[in-house]
Structures are given as structure tokens and as C-alpha cells.
Design a protein around this ligand. Sequence first.
Ligand code: ARG
Length: 560
Amino acid sequence: MVFLKDKIRELIGFPHAKIEYPTEATHGDYACAIAFELAKQEKKSPRQAAEELMKKIKRPDWIERIEIAGAGFINFFLSPKFLTAFLAEIKKEATQFGQSDIFRGKTVATDISHPNVAKPMGVHHLLSTIIGDSLNRIFAAVGYKVVRDNYLGDWGTQFGKLIYAYKTWGDEVAVQKNPIPELLELYVKFHDEAERDPNLEDLGRLEFKKLEQGDAENRKLWKWVVDLSLKEFHKIWNRLDVKFDFIHGESFYEDKMQAIIDCGIKEKIFVEGERGALIAPLDDANKPPCIIRKSDGATTYATRDLARVKYWEDEWHPDLMVMVVDMAQILHFQQFIEVAEKLKLTKAQNIHIPFGRMQFPEKRMSTRKGNIVLLEELLDEAQEGAYKIVCEKNPELSDKQKRAVARQVGIGSVKYAVLAQNRMTNVTFTWEKMLSLEGNSAPYVQYVHARACSILRKQDGKKIVSKQEYILKEPSELAVARLLPKFPEVVAHAAQEFKPNLIANYLFELASRFNTFYASVQVLQAEEDARAARLALTESVATTLKNGLALLGIEAPEEM
Ligand code: ARG
């Protein structure tokens, strides 16, 4: 799929010109401000530069008109004939519509989800999972080869504490039965007791040392805890339909850190810090140094991340390494990414995709004792809410169908609430908004998709595209059609900026315009040619909404 944006750049003869989407329909479909730059270079007014440029542009058929607006913007209006013909293009591309090749030949490796074993998956892990999974899907749609990894938190001194706690107070049957809450309780108990008896810290460290040195009992316990936790995490990943190519947890890098340490010492990038610690000072002396090895000899979270970068490089040679992690860890990423660059561990661009604090309704999900609400309960509640909507909207469905749709809508509503936001904003979601059929929500977009499908089902066997004599002309038809060629461009933009919300907002706009269209003109009752064109438009919208939702990891039921 060739982007119209690129064709316009070609047309004006500036392959790198910035092309924008005007917010007002009266300003056309695409706008270019290149005349302002030319004016500066050529020492004339932008208006004059625009007029001169206009003379050189040969208007092709697919553009209806080109206008100069304001002080020197050049606006391009797509022709209704082109927009009508484009519907056949969408039909041809079908499930592939929206995809492009702009990153073909490139590889991206991603780290998403990464919960910590022996603890419940936290909200920030859920956010990383949802945002990261959508990015994985978007990357694939623009041609990247995507390697989906998951840097599970399964290593570190805390496991020594947990092992000590288990050996001292643990109960095998209870842990087996209810693993994560029980393990969490043990962990919390360790901290409470350690406040009274500081010796415990040393005992915990000792257990970790034994674990590191391969002590059979500790290894077995640790492995048991990892397996129990993974079983729980897999339930959530399955429910969210999130897949990984690899789960290389932190423990995977245990034997890969010494090489990094040796290299850093040799290159004098690592130096001795306080009390025998090994540190990597950063260029910005105001930032704390990256700790490579603590004074007790234990390696750190950062050292493991460095070993991971090297492993990823050696294994997949990615062009891009993307880590989707809570903004609370911005400093950690700045630190180890700078050190990774100094060590020349990879030529790939290392990118931390942070996100803000988002909270779900009525539930406090913290890992502190007492108020753990497992994410599964949140998903249950979303599905329950969605079930009520489905019962109300479509009582004729069988209960089995209702449950199936409620699952798609409920899970979709949670994902959409996260993805439609600017990642960095702090928001508290409410069920009311998440499950609203009126607002910017999954059920709204899904409902419009289902409505389009139902119109298509009712076309009583007549062929959709007629002789194509009818050219879209009603304002409400054109308003929908004009958005469609932009879809692949929006997907590409979302990939470049790591922003799934660009797609969510596009879908909301498309769904809203479709509703207006459907309310203003006849579709099934229209006369022959208009009917065919409007059905083709309806089908294009259904395809686009479905493909777009898929990029957000959201299903699009045909009935709702
Ligand atoms: N497991 C970590 C945590 O929950 C997040 C890991 C993020 N990824 C990374 N490459 N450091 O805090």
C-alpha cells in the first residue's frame, strides 16, 4: 500500500516535507506547510512561495483540487471518484488493509509484561502487557520482524529472603493450593520480622548466596516457586490473548554477567565504588551511578539488563530494542542504556517506552498484604458488566453466545481504556466510561462494527459493488470515505511514535462518522447504485474497524 502522504510529497517535489491532516474538513484531506520554509530560504512571502510552487504541481486525477489557504498552507482535497474506487482496494486487501512495508527487513525485540514471580501481577504489569502486546501487533503490521520476549522477574536477593521465610514458616500444602497469596504473605512476614531482628537480612542473603552457588535444596524451592507463579501468569496472558516467543527471565542471565563485568573493568567503564562495590559513573554527574555489583558481591537488576542487551544482540541482531515499563523506572533505563552504549553491547536503538499511573475502579491492587485484588477479578468484573450490556442489546442470543460476546467486550473494554489514553497520563478508569456505549470505549467501537456487519447480513444476497456508476457525494458518505485511506498511515505513525492511542482515536472517529452516515442516509432502502456504493462503504468500515481493533488486541464480534 502506497501512502497518499508520500504521493503528495512526490507531487510537490519535496520527499521529506511534513504533511498533516487538517482538523477542519474545509481545509482538505492533507495540508503542507512547506511554503513557510521555502519563503525563508528564498526571501519572499510564504503566500508567494506557495503560489509559485502551485504552478509547478500537476494535479493528478485522485486529487480534486489544491488550494492555498491562510498565510501559505497548501491544502489537498481527495476526489470523490478516487474515494469511491478506494473501497474496492480495501475489499481486495481485506484482513491486510492497514498493513505496510515501511519497516520490512528490520527486526525489533521487545520486553513486555515481566511480572515478578512469587508476587501477584501488578497493575503496572497489566499495563505493560496491554500496551506492549498492542505495540507488538502494530510493529508486525508495518513489516518488522518482531521477537517477543518477556523479562520475567525471577532472580535477585529477594529470593533468599523468600527461601528463608519458607523454610522457617512455610507450609507446602498451603502454598501449593494458593501459591501467590501464600508466597506473598511469607515475603511480607520476612520483612515484618526483619524489622525486629536485623539478623534476618544476613540470613536471607546467605540463602541467596546458596541459591546462586547451586545448592540443590534452594534450587529446587526456587524452581518450584517459578513454576507455580508462571502457571498463574499464563492464565492471565491466555485470557488477554498475549503470546511470547520467549520468556527469558532475569535468572537466564545469571551466567552471562561475568563477561559484562570483565569487559567493563577492562575498558575502565566500571570502577570501584563505596565499600568495594563496582559502579559505572554516568556522564551526567548529577545522576547516580549505575551499580553493577553491590558491596556484598551480589549483581544487580542493571547488570542483568546489560547481559540481556548483549544476549539479544548476539541472538537476533535487532535494529530496535523496546522495553515497555512503568515510568517509575525511567532512571534505571537511562542508567543501563548509557552504560550499554559505552560498552558497545549493541548497535540497536534501545528504547524505554514508559507509561503513567493508571488505576482501575474500586479496586486497590497493591502487593501489600491485605488488599491484593488479583487482576483476574478485574477481568471477571469487566466481563460481568459486558454481559449485562449484551443481554440488554441482544436478548435473542443464546446464553452461550452472550457469554462469548461478553468475554470479547469485557476484555476489550479493559484493553481499550488503557490504549486510548496518552500513555503518560495518570488516569482512574470507571466502569461507566469503560463500558459505555456512547463514548470512546471498546463497546462503542465494537457495537458500530457489529451494526455494520448486521447491515451487510441484511443485503439479501445482492451483489455489493454495482456498476460503480454512483460516486459518493453526500457529505455524510464523504466524511466516512475520506478517513479510510488514512488508516495505513495512522498505523505507521503509531508504530513510529509507539502510540497505540493514535489508532484507538482514529477508530473512534471512524465509528462516529459511520453512525452519522447511517443516521442521515438510507443504506438498504436506497436505490440500486447508491445502495451498492453505501454497502461497499459499510463493508470498508467494518473491515477497517476490525483490523484496527485487532492491532489493539481487541476482538470484533459480528453480533452484539
Ligand atoms: N520485573 C520488573 C519489575 O516488575 C520489570 C522488568 C522490566 N524490564 C527490564 N528490562 N528491566 O519491576
